[in-house]
Design a protein around this ligand. Sequence first.
Ligand SMILES: [Zn+2]
Length: 182
Amino acid sequence: MTTLPDLPHDSPATPHDLEVMREQLGRDMRGVVSIARRCGCGRPAVVRTAPRLEDGTPFPTSFYLTLPWLTLELSRLEATGMMAELSQRLEQDEQLAAAYRGAHERYLARRAELGDAEEVRHVSAGGMPTRVKCLHAVAGQALAEGPGVNLIADEVLAGIPGAFPELTCRCQAADEDAAEAR
Ligand SMILES: [Zn+2]
């Protein structure tokens, strides 16, 4: 197996990160290996997770998005029916489809660096390799790996101000929105 380059933004998860993630998710984040990407403010944005949780459950989502404002933006896009459109484009555009298959292979190879969960050995995330089913999952990969690995996710993220390739902090504005909604 060829060795992949190091993840460009990866850093250790500190006890403080675990606390922040608990706030972000409203529960403990399980299977944390490292922080694959941080928001501009330093908060965890994408967590790299173990292929198998401590209780033995396989955990295929190797790059897990935790950043609330970005999660919300992607959920809004999902609500517009964007995944059906993107899946259709994959059927029509052979070049894009090949790139997406490459992103799938990369996802599996990256996860294999951390161990093996044979039940999900051929399962990546987000609908890869032929469909787009979860924008959060594919965006997690793009944010962790940088541009050019998952072209579908690159394009989706490019449509969100401040999300990609730099990840600018919008946490404060999101906190204020949430406060107003209360
Ligand atoms: Zn932030």
